[in-house]
Design a protein around this ligand. Structure first.
Ligand code: PA5
Length: 435
């Protein structure tokens, strides 16, 4: 059942049906490029069919490792950055209980920045606990997770001795190449493969995301079957059914209207890291060749009290995509008090969801009146099925949107620039000339 809806009815005044007709040829060409794998970056299109290609036995093997890990550790640390971290973090934050203390085992993240204070706090947090480390890097050479893994590997070897540490380290990396693959082979770590044809930010449904997500107790078969469901409605050139293509076309039209920033505005705090994952997906895929919409995000109603002012009255180069859940897991109602000193008596018996819904309706109207074009993505619930659909929907939208912009969504040449300078400043052999 389709659990992701995209409502762009309030864009009608800006984007007419004629505009959609004018996109027909381009969309047809993009659809062919994706299906026949003839577009730029076509060797990184493995994510397109992943949900159908994962066999039950493959998912069982991940689940088995996750079940073992759940027995053997109190803390499962994922070491990775960018696409090797954000998908799992997004899924776990969206689908788990709110407070880390309510989660067992704890799935924690490291190697996504360079910060001694964070690492020291992590090391003191894991003292005396049973730990498993999952080091995740497709290239196997990324600096942040690389140096972080050195610290954790040392901690593990000191705590457990080399042999037991090796049993407690899992490497997720390229099937053949890279320093991490070599290190894993030399030390006898268990390994999971990242398919060659799937890039980092599209890898949440590979072992990169699936293992930590399963360790967090989330049903990965349901997540993958959700993505499989989305494959059905996120394909074809019919813009009334293919909501990914429609969202991609709308982004393109809005950019042509001078809307260079997209604000993904979630109305549930559990979306915070889905927002972060989305920003990486669209930012790294589209922001090149001096084009691309700048992806920004907020979580309402929290940020209505900070960014709300800018959204209402700032520069009109922005459009907004609301992201909401139809059904929360719980319902809390506003309680009654005789005194009514706070004048909130008119809300007695109303649920927080009702109040949130009215806040959404009020914001949509206010921002539209303030000149911000807006559309809304609604996800049925906080289930793995819904999230699997949402992940795939966003990935497919990103491919349509970038190809319509004529950029290669699957490379990230710009990321290398800072690295070359950093390596030169750090004195890495071979980078002397970049200083
Ligand atoms: O999307 C991407 O390719 C990047 O964000 C990578 O995921 C990120 O740079 C980490 O790379 P790696 O997994 O090689 O360590």
């Amino acid at each position: 059942m389709q659990k992701v809806c995209y409502d762009d009815s309030s864009l009608k005044s800006l984007i007419s049906p004629d505009v959609y007709t004018s996109f027909a040829d381009q969309l047809e060409a993009v659809e062919t490029m994706l299906n026949k794998k003839t577009g730029p970056g076509n060797d990184f299109l493995g994510w397109l069919e992943l949900p159908e290609e994962h066999s039950p036995s493959f998912l069982d093997s991940i689940q088995k490792q996750a079940d073992d890990a759940r027995q053997q550790c109190d803390v499962f640390i994922c070491v990775g950055i960018g696409g090797s971290y954000l998908g799992a973090k997004a899924a776990i934050e969206f689908l788990s209980s709110t407070f880390p203390q309510q989660r067992t085992p704890e799935v924690l993240f490291a190697g996504h920045h360079v910060n001694s204070d964070y690492l020291k706090d992590l090391l003191s947090h894991i003292e005396g606990k049973r730990v498993i480390v999952n080091v995740i890097s497709k290239s196997g050479t990324t600096t942040e997770p690389g140096i972080t893994f050195r610290v954790l590997r040392k901690w593990m070897e000191d705590a457990y001795g080399q042999e037991e540490a090796a049993r407690r380290i899992i490497a997720t990396t390229d099937p053949e190449k890279g320093a991490l693959r070599k290190l894993a082979e030399r030390n006898g770590y268990r390994t999971f493969d990242i398919p060659d044809n799937v890039g980092g930010r599209f890898s949440v449904l590979t072992p990169v995301g699936l293992l930590p997500i399963a360790v967090a107790g989330i049903d990965i078969k349901e997540l993958v079957s959700g993505a499989r469901e989305a494959m059905k409605y996120c394909s074809g050139t019919d813009l009334t059914t293919n909501i990914a293509a429609r969202y991609g076309v709308n982004r393109n039209c809005l950019l042509r209207e001078g809307k260079t920033i997209e604000m993904l505005a979630a109305f549930q705090p559990q979306f915070t890291f889905v927002n972060e994952w989305w920003k990486q997906l669209f930012g790294e895929s589209e922001g090149k060749d001096r084009t691309g919409i700048f992806p920004a995000s907020v979580v309402y109603t929290t940020d209505l009290h900070s960014m709300g002012q800018w959204m209402q009255e700032g520069l009109r180069t922005i459009f907004e995509t609301f992201l909401r859940v139809d059904e929360t897991r719980e319902t809390v109602e506003v309680p009654h008090f005789e005194d009514n000193e706070d004048n909130l008596g008119y809300l007695v018996g109303k649920s927080f969801e009702y109040v949130n819904e009215k806040a959404y309706e009020g914001t949509l109207k206010a921002h539209r009146d303030g000149g911000v074009p807006a559309a809304t993505i609604t996800v049925a619930d906080r289930s793995a099925d819904s999230l699997g659909q949402l992940f795939y929907f966003f990935e497919k939208t990103c491919a349509y949107s970038a190809y319509l912009l004529r950029v290669n969504p699957f490379n990230q040449p710009g990321v290398e620039a800072y690295k070359k300078n950093m390596f030169a400043f750090l004195g890495k052999p071979g980078f002397e000339d970049f200083e």
